[in-house]
Write a protein that binds this ligand. Structure first.
Ligand code: NDP
Length: 451
């Protein structure tokens, strides 16, 4: 039994249905860092893994709120404060009916290493609720956010824990959450990031994750000696914050994004997407992608109930580069096979852990340039940290300044990940490079800080 298997065996009790995605993320990290554990006994001696896979604390609370019919509704809220070895807990809030402790543990665990890779002083956390914002009125969203913050405010603070957005939590929700925090605590501090610009948000925070993923890809393709994205067909999944801004940046650099998807279906516009219309549908009207084909009859819309039994239609579209930007485990083995058969050269994870382990294996064994989420989508949290810096110093940075710093950060992460992979004998493997570099940074801080 190798060192990775021995370590994984210690955590078998974490492997249950609710923890499935957390366990998947943990296993990947342990396999990646095996060479580090072999080469330096201190990580075992100081029981770093045992300490890292258990959150510092999980806060679980009841959220009660009144719907528009004055009926009382009850949801569950969570904050998983995972690790603050490098700085205050930092990570988004997700509002989605699938949210449970296991999903938030997976996201919080990934966030620790992602935040470490940015080189910025931030720890890892995640939170959210099983509340579904879809179909709710603005007032219902406001009332839920107030109820959520009534409890959460006790556990967060600008130097303690700074939440942000994630699926189902955009500028509107952050505004309501922040407003309630301010009301309860009578303070005006940078306790949340992703705020609208006119009351303390950073320019470019909405764009940061999608833009950052494209910057990372450009850097990775250059390091790996591949052709740049300009003029190349790209496929994107998702149609939310990350996907739309990845599409925007791809268009800005002259690439041709041709697809996106939401929970109801997939859109393929072979001539290149009409981003203005997409934003109108998804951001303003909060509608379905089906509406797109009313204005562009040549585009193809495939509703979910017409999807093939195995695989997702987005990944069957021939492309040079693929950007999964919807949700976890959305890209399976069949999808990976389709992408490889169709000549795809690069896959960048905009969403958190969108590729299943079997798909990643295939990408790596076929020498596809594969950018894992914790490195490629770190642009969002990096700009969140820039927002914390601006709030702390009561200053405002220009769009250009944030963009330049974002690009530099993504290039730095990419180089660090590529170099780490090379140093540990797995050149070109950005999964291992990211896991080793992120883990080492956090683990060394934990050792230096004592138990
Ligand atoms: P949004 O809520 O803005 O968008 C999510 C998109 O994915 C929507 O189009 C949604 O469809 C679709 N989607 C969600 N769940 C499913 C599902 N189960 N099946 C199919 N489609 C689905 O979220 P974000 O864009 O912010 O987040 C997307 C991913 O990126 C997540 O994994 C998130 O954790 C990750 N991420 C986000 C960051 C950020 O800055 N926002 C930072 C780093 C990572 P519909 O429109 O129908 O709801």
């Amino acid at each position: 039994m190798g060192i990775a298997e021995k370590e994984i065996k210690k955590f078998e009790n974490h492997n249950c249905a609710e923890n499935a995605v957390f366990y998947q993320a943990m296993e990947e990290v342990i396999y990646s860092i095996a060479p580090l554990l072999e080469s330096d006994e201190k990580y075992i001696k100081y029981a770093i893994l045992e300490r890292l896979v258990v959150p510092d604390r999980i806060i679980k609370f009841k959220v009660t709120w009144l719907d528009d019919n004055n009926k009382i509704q009850v949801n569950t809220g969570y904050r998983v404060q995972f690790n603050n070895a490098l700085g205050p807990y930092k990570g988004g809030l997700r509002f989605h009916p699938t949210v449970n402790e296991g999903i938030l543990k997976f996201l919080g665990f990934e966030q620790i290493l992602k935040n470490a890779l940015t080189g910025l002083p931030i720890g890892g956390a995640k939170g959210g609720s099983d509340f579904d914002p879809k179909g709710k009125s603005d007032f219902e969203i406001m009332k839920f956010c107030s109820g959520f913050m009534t409890e959460l405010h006790k556990y967060i603070g600008a130097r303690m824990d700074v939440p942000a957005g994630d699926i189902g939590v955009g500028a509107r929700e952050i505004g309501y959450l922040y407003g309630e925090y301010k009301k309860i605590t009578s303070t005006y501090e940078g306790v949340m990031t992703g705020k609208p610009f006119f009351f303390g948000g950073s320019l470019m925070r909405p764009e940061a994750t999608g833009y950052g993923a494209v910057y990372f890809t450009e850097s990775m393709l250059e390091i790996e000696g591949k052709e740049p994205l300009t003029g190349k067909i790209c496929t994107v999944s998702g149609a939310g914050n990350v996907a739309l801004h990845a599409i925007e940046k791809l268009q800005q650099i002259g690439a041709i994004p041709v697809s996106c998807s939401d929970s109801k279906g997939t859109l393929h516009d072979a001539r290149g997407l009409d981003l203005k219309l997409l934003k109108e549908i998804k951001l303003k009207r909060r509608g379905s992608l089906q509406e797109y084909v009313k204005s562009h009859s040549e585009a193809k819309y495939i509703p979910v109930d017409e999807y093939p039994q195995d695989g997702h239609p987005v990944w069957d579209i021939p492309c040079y580069a693929a950007f999964p930007c919807a949700t976890q485990n959305e890209l399976c083995e069949t999808d990976a096979k389709n992408l490889i058969t169709n000549g795809c050269v690069s896959v960048t994870e905009g969403a958190n852990m969108p590729s299943r382990p079997e798909a990643i294996e295939l990408f790596l064994s076929h020498k596809i340039c594969f950018a894992p989420a914790k490195a490629a989508n770190a642009g969002g949290v990096a700009v969140s940290e820039f927002e914390m810096s601006q709030n702390a110093s009561m200053s405002r940075w220009s769009f250009e300044k944030v963009d330049t710093k974002l690009k530099e950060t993504m290039q730095m992460i990419c180089k660090r990940v590529a170099l780490t992979a090379k140093d540990y004998g797995v050149e070109g493997n950005y999964v291992d490079g990211a896991n080793i570099a992120g883990f080492k940074k956090v683990a060394d801080a934990m050792i230096a800080e004592g138990i």
